[in-house]
Ligand binder design. Sequence first.
Ligand code: ADP
Ligand code: MG
Length: 544
Amino acid sequence: MSTYGIDLGTTYSCIARLDANGNPEVIRNNEDDSNMVASVVFFENENNVVVGQAAKENIETDGDRVVQFVKREIGKPDNRIYEFDGKTYTPVEISALILTRLKNLVESQGGTIENVVITVPAYFGLEERSATKQAGELAGLNVLSLINEPTAAALSYCARQFQEDRTILVYDLGGGTFDVTVVKMSMTQNESGKDVQKINVLATGGDDRLGGKDWDDRLFDYILHACCDETGLTPEEIEAETRQDIRSKVEEAKRKLSKKQAAKVRIDVNGSRTEISVTRKDFEDMTADKVAQTMNFVESTLQKVPDVVIDTVLLVGGSTYMPMIKAAVEEKFPGKVQQHDPDQAVAKGAAIYASMLVVEEGAESDNTAEETPDGKISKPAEQLTAQFTVEDQTPRSFGPGVIDTKGSKHKYVLENFIKIGEKMPAIFSKTYYPLENNQERVKLRAFENMSTEDTIIPCVDEDGNPQATDPANNVKLLGELIVNLPPNTSRNTPIKVTFKVDASGVHVEAVNTQTNEVFETFLRTGSDIDADKSAVHQLRISSD
Ligand code: ADP
Ligand code: MG
């Protein structure tokens, strides 16, 4: 098989494929004795770059040569650059190093890898998605598609127990992020009239700064202070090597506490051996507020879809191994909680989806009939194709910023042409008018946001200029289109604005319907965009 699913995680990544019987299996990382590869890169020197657990072991002692949590930076407008030994690396290039490590894992075990599906958080915008795809290509992979992480988890859950229409809340607590997603599985018919199960994302929520690391940090502080109590040293007197020793052992202790009631941690405190004991009860007490935080996000995400009844709650992410998590979620959703391979479900779902795509395209010969060890012939991926269809949906809402001239005061509003969750490709047009007679040009600004409203009023600065961000709706300026107008253009000249969104991005176009001149050079955010945001260059909603 050369088709794989990849969970490119914030803290851990995982790669899976379908075995000869059509069951998803994870490729083991024998070097780290794990099913995962830590998403950590250590630039040891010019000639040696280390990815995985070994890189992680340098965080405290050589932190400035270690890159972690790069997923938070990928596709972000600030274009962060890392520099080591005179070479620069973009987040895409760092991500490609992690993907290359996963690729090498397959190859070192005699496999070949060609086609992949990579998972992304449901809340990723198009920039983050296209950057993730680029990272895959840079690692020499043929990226068939991306799939939302909760959708992949739901796919892997439903491949295990097929059910009719249901609404699933995916609670994904990973190492650095917490994602809540409500997905709907519904029966529908495909073009050839076959019953298929469609998976749609209804709502997303969470925090990209909340995850297992917070539990590690609490345990780290607890053990550090216990070491001080034992030795009479102050925290400042604890050496970097001792800190690294604690750091390395904290995660292991946390994992032990998921299985046992107490864990012992042996630390060399500045050279003298010390043993610290932590009980599960201690650990739960010191992190109870973090559990409560996740449950608040569950609540606020549910409020976005007030009419929805949750049938199943799926626990995903390595941190849901902690018994305190399952207990809290069970308390809120009694009898509805399911947990199966929480740290592998996303990669497995991606592997299922990748195989579905390959069968659809007929692109790969080894996905046809396979003989199983008991002599039966199975066509696993084809069966799955018959069952599922994953609709590509817009990850955000999109629209232009325009002036509403009704009422006594002009208002700068954002009109959502395309709303979050719409089927892609999505297209929408509307006609606007210049704000003034003889206006020389229009600077049409395009925004993305998380709102499902037709119109939102974004933040405006003290001069009344539209701001690119609105924390409540997560409004972001995507870029602008300059529409030059000929002399003597009347303020009633119709300008038709079109937004088209597909997997490759947002396309904005404006047509001066009087001259039929088409404008489509869309300037991305950054230095290209004119700092002058004054209202003179805007379009207004209604004509006179
Ligand atoms: P990502 O955030 O990269 O998607 P994962 O879903 O694999 O990563 O979750 C990684 C987190 O899960 C880490 O913080 C790790 O310490 C934690 N974790 C993994 N296994 C356990 C366990 N048995 N008990 C507690 N935490 C665990
Ligand atoms: Mg994850």
